[in-house]
Design a protein around this ligand. Structure first.
Ligand code: NAD
Length: 303
């Protein structure tokens, strides 16, 4: 099918590439020309603005880094809202339910359907087409979209209520954020007492402590100290803050989430928003005076 795709970053680029490779006709836009050029090389067409994409395609997908970027691309001047052909705007970004509902309301005035479709599974999942895709919006539009979304991952229909795909995604990312800092604390505790972190991770992964941080993030990016998993601390903190807001707006006060939120605020303060989110272990190591992993995957006391 004809698809517009806006935002060709760490997630957007591999998703767009898979759609081109599956035979869909893609028209793409990103503020970074080099990202657009790479997709043109494999058969996509370029557009000069979100509006131009929405003039050419009925279905427009977006994978953008901030709430403001989604709002502007969807509803700003030169945005999707001004397109003459577009019928549906599908947001693959994590923006939280309040922003999704806001965009939904603004687009509805122009008879454009907003569809939540946040994804989980990281850059590796985007490359392999194994993301969890959480869709909410009108059933009929979901049916039109599903064959395309099948190319990027396992597709779940969450419901018709605007924003519910986002609520689902925030619940998921709260768990991912928790796994990262909780596993860091567990491993730092072991290293402080003299345990080998590589052995610890093997044991946890064979035992009941297994989680996505111990299974994926520690072996690939923490123990080798490459800190290059592909998800920025700024994006993780965005999701944790959105989750806390979501809980508050439902009248909930949740203690684990609040503690996890405080820890991530320390991570963004100390490591910066551009750092990889696996750097979350560093402030915890620093407070304990140890370093986990390294060339041998072992441990040593911090200097
Ligand atoms: P990214 O920063 O790598 O990519 C964002 C892209 O959007 C960049 O190419 C940037 O140039 C482009 N962009 C920014 N503003 C724009 C605008 N106004 N118009 C057009 N293009 C614009 O971010 P990412 O890691 O790919 O994340 C994208 C979304 O997916 C975020 O909402 C994030 O929370 C979510 N997400 C990321 C991951 C991950 O592992 N990286 C996993 C799941 C979900």
């Amino acid at each position: 099918m004809e698809i517009g795709f806006i935002g060709l970053g760490k997630m957007g680029f591999p998703m767009a590439r898979r759609l081109v490779e599956a035979g869909h006709q893609l028209t793409v836009f990103d503020t970074r020309k080099e990202a657009v050029d790479k997709l043109i090389e494999i058969g996509a067409q370029a557009a000069s603005s979100p509006k131009e994409i929405a003039d050419r395609c009925e279905t427009v997908l977006a994978s953008l880094p901030s709430l403001q970027a989604s709002l502007e691309v969807a509803t700003g001047t030169g945005g999707v809202i001004e397109g003459t052909r577009v019928k549906r705007f599908v947001d693959l970004s994590t923006v939280g339910s309040q922003m999704a509902v806001r965009i939904h309301g603004l687009l509805a005035k122009r008879n454009i359907v907003q569809i939540d479709s946040p994804v989980s599974g990281g850059v590796g999942g985007a490359e392999k087409g194994t993301l969890a895709v959480m869709v909410s919006g009108p059933r009929a539009d979901f049916e039109v979209l599903k064959p395309a979304l099948d190319v990027i991952g396992k597709v779940f229909f969450i419901g018709e209520k605007p924003g519910s795909g986002q609520t689902m995604k925030l619940a998921n990312n709260f768990l991912s954020a928790t796994a990262m800092v909780a596993t860091s604390e567990a491993v730092v505790m072991g290293v402080k007492s003299g345990l080998d972190p590589a052995v610890m991770i093997d044991v946890i992964n064979a035992g009941s402590g297994l989680n996505t941080a111990s299974r994926d993030k520690f072996p690939r990016a923490v123990l080798p100290r490459s800190f290059d998993f592909g998800f920025a601390t700024g994006l993780m903190v965005k999701d944790v803050r959105l989750c806390l807001e979501e809980m508050k707006s439902l009248g909930l006060s949740m203690e684990v989430a609040e503690a996890v939120g405080r820890l991530w605020e320390v991570v963004i303060r100390d490591m910066g928003p551009e750092s990889d989110f696996t750097s979350a272990i560093k402030p915890i190591e620093k407070a304990a005076g140890v370093v986990v992993g390294g060339a041998k995957g072992g441990s040593h006391a911090a200097k």
